[in-house]
Design a protein around this ligand. Structure first.
Ligand SMILES: Cc1cc2nc3c(=O)[nH]c(=O)nc-3n(C[C@H](O)[C@H](O)[C@H](O)COP(=O)(O)O)c2cc1C
Length: 350
């Protein structure tokens, strides 16, 4: 069935119900090795020109799944079979928590955007870690995105991140400190050099796994660069830009709650990447996320200095072929521009 038909059925359901239905079905379906092989054959692209060694891992392609789609690590095998080059699970919190009351996820189809105020609904680290430990195959690098519990005070926030780093240190290929969700009160106030330095200094003592920090698109550029500088100095392996935006003016008619993602975020996310690319080229790993929905957009991000891209919202609108489609398009761009491999294109526009 063409995804557009499937999508119109799904879009008849309330957005979070549709998500639950799809993820529940995928969790069951991925148990079949035959089905996973079928998905991989249909959708995943293998081309050595797209591969990179980064963060101590082999990334077969640069298109990763962003955090939030698989918060509790139920779908790692399915998502890898869809052709993503990496899968980031989470955000995971230390204790289980339900998140905000529903409704808390809305579609804006004509703007190809989503709006959410989920608020870190999480099964909690014990359950997620146990589930990950049971996943024997590691078809792609696995990121674990970490956040504090809603009830944890700002003063105790660092302790939450430390607990999470300890619990997942043998299970993650890379970590992401999420200090940029708009849906946990005061979380974004942790986007300051002092906190980044303190938590990263602790992180490098706790784990040898690379730790990145994920930032909001709404930070003024100078503050974002200052924060990233502090993080890199304290040992961060990279920066993920960006989380969702609270700039509701980008989407007339949006409710003034939660964060916007997808096409309306695209230029804002790109502008921050460009600034980070200029400031950090060759010094740290940049991962660009926010409105990536095509090979052209992914290529623009890579040329602006991102080593990898991620997406979430476009998967909802475009379906499971998307990672493969972007990767195929990237190979075409590399050929067109005379690059023998992806890493030659990274930062080409800087
Ligand atoms: C429904 C939803 C839930 C999300 N949950 C998380 C999360 O738990 N942790 C996180 O770091 N980012 C989360 N994000 C943000 C995405 O990872 C990504 O940064 C953002 O959506 C921009 O990318 P996109 O335009 O491709 O969606 C979420 C996004 C959406 C749409």
């Amino acid at each position: 069935m063409a995804y557009s038909v499937f999508r119109s059925l799904l879009f008849g359901l309330e957005a979070e119900r549709a998500h639950e239905w799809v993820t529940g079905s995928l969790a069951l379906a991925q148990r079949s090795a035959l089905l996973r092989r079928h998905w991989r054959r249909r959708w995943a692209i293998r081309d050595e020109r797209l591969a990179q060694d980064l963060l101590g891992q082999r990334f077969a392609n640069p298109v990763g799944l962003a955090a939030g789609f698989d918060k509790d690590a139920r779908l790692v095998l399915a998502l890898a079979a869809f052709g993503f080059g990496a899968v980031e699970i989470g955000t995971v919190t230390p204790q289980p928590q339900p998140g905000n009351p529903r409704p808390r996820l809305w579609r804006h189809p004509s703007e190809r955007s989503l709006q959410n105020c989920l608020g870190f609904n999480s099964a909690g680290m014990e359950k997620v870690a146990t589930r990950l430990a049971a996943v024997r195959e590691r078809p792609v690098p696995l990121g674990v995105n970490l956040g504090k519990n809603r009830t944890t005070s700002q003063a105790a926030a660092q302790g939450d991140y430390e607990q999470l780093l300890r619990r997942f240190s043998t299970l993650a290929d890379y970590f992401v400190l999420n200090v940029s969700s708009p849906n946990t009160p005061h979380l974004r106030q942790l986007q300051v050099p002092d906190f980044a330095q303190a938590v990263l200094a602790a992180a490098v003592e706790i784990t040898a796994v690379p730790v990145l920090i994920k930032i909001a698109p709404d930070l003024p550029t100078a503050a974002a660069i200052e924060l990233a500088e502090a993080a890199v100095e304290a040992g961060a392996a990279g920066i993920i830009a960006t989380n969702t935006t609270t700039d509701y003016a980008l989407l007339p008619g949006a409710r003034p709650v939660g964060g916007l993602s997808g096409a309306v975020l695209r230029e804002k996310s790109f502008a921050l990447l460009q600034a980070l690319g200029r400031a950090f080229a060759g010094r740290t790993i940049l991962i660009s996320v926010g409105g990536v929905d095509s090979a052209a957009e992914a290529y623009r991000r890579l040329r602006a200095g991102a080593s990898l891209v991620q997406l979430y919202t476009a998967l909802i609108y475009e379906g499971p072929r998307l990672a493969g489609r972007i990767n195929r398009g990237l190979v075409d761009y590399l050929e067109r521009d005379g690059f023998s491999c992806l890493s030659e294109a990274i930062g080409a526009d800087l």
